[in-house]
Write a protein that binds this ligand. Structure first.
Ligand SMILES: [Zn+2]
Length: 315
């Protein structure tokens, strides 16, 4: 789908959800934002390029806006098809993207040992390979696509430490991948697949604030419908509201559970109050909920036990 002249949304269905990449076709550079899972380039992106009369070798750079199998998983397939295409991502995500074992341990299973949470090897089938990143971004860079067309690279952490967004000045459009997530991830049928998956609460809220301060007329994410005008503000407001509601529910929950509760128990009890996703998707809240509890602990409101699994109680 063409969004603006020379700007395209490449959308496919993945796991009952939308999965979107974006192509910015300048005269001097062609940029691909996000790469899908390992099979997405061959099955979705390259056929789309062909319709535009382009080949994989025409992609100057493919930027994975953050680490996660459905966003960086396609990097190896792009490099295999076009050795000259540069691979980019946020600096803090480089180690995780270059090595699937590091991603598995540090992003998917960092709660395994102390909290009995995490995910099995099957989550890695969409991004089983690493590739060297040619272009790490810190945020603040600009890239000239045509003599009269420049884009900005923004650092928007929270969901991942190195999360990037791309801002197209000409169209006043921000490509934000999963940097902000409203009340969760929609299904293609109009439901909610699962809740938000931010990790660092303060970073995530700062990202909402940053995006609110920018002249964004259009916002395009990795799994959400495109937003325009007032719906951009609403999406950002609902992103913040979810965080605040989670804080409130957690505070009330811990007040009612003086002896403390494990992270897993807290999630299973609060999940139905936070959103309409299926209860078997509740544990995907582990990243956000751990982020909240860690922030409350740092603020002196909550203490964690030294037992395994860890329990949390009001300080
Ligand atoms: Zn995603």
């Amino acid at each position: 789908m063409q969004l603006f002249p020379n700007v395209y949304e490449i959308s496919s269905e993945f796991g009952g959800r939308w999965l979107k990449q974006y192509l910015l076709r300048g005269q001097d550079k062609v940029l691909l934002l996000d790469t899908g899972v390992i099979t997405t380039p061959e099955t979705v992106i390259f056929p789309y390029l062909e319709k535009l009369g382009l080949f994989p070798r025409n992609i100057t750079m493919a930027i994975a806006l953050h680490v996660d199998g459905d966003h960086h998983g396609g990097l190896p397939a792009i490099k295999n098809a076009s050795a000259g295409t540069l691979l980019g991502c946020g600096r803090a995500d480089v180690a995780l993207i270059e090595d699937p074992d590091v991603c598995y341990a540090k992003r998917m299973n960092f709660l395994a040992e102390k909290h009995g949470l995490g995910f099995g090897r099957e989550v890695m089938v969409y991004s089983p390979e690493g590739r060297k990143i040619d272009a790490p971004f810190s945020g603040g860079e600009t890239i000239r696509l045509s003599p009269d067309w420049e884009i900005e690279v923004w650092h928007v952490p929270g969901h991942s430490e190195g999360h990037l967004a791309i801002y197209d000045r000409k169209n006043r459009a921000a490509f934000t991948s999963d940097a902000v997530q409203s009340n969760g991830y929609p299904t293609v049928n109009g439901g909610v697949a699962f809740g938000p998956t931010y990790y660092e609460v303060n970073a995530y809220l700062n990202t909402v604030h940053l995006l609110e301060s920018k002249p964004i007329d259009h916002m395009f994410g990795g799994h959400w419908p495109g937003m325009h005008g007032d719906s951009v503000r609403k999406f950002l407001a609902s992103t913040r509201a979810f965080v605040e509601r989670t804080d409130e529910l957690l505070t009330a929950y811990l007040r009612d559970h003086r002896r403390g509760a494990t992270l897993k128990q807290i999630i299973l009890d609060l999940s139905p109050k936070l959103g309409p996703w299926p209860q078997d998707m509740a544990l995907i809240l582990q990243f956000a909920m751990y982020g909240h509890l860690t922030r409350m602990e740092q603020g002196g409101k909550v203490r964690r036990s030294t037992t395994t699994p860890v329990t949390y109680a009001v300080a």
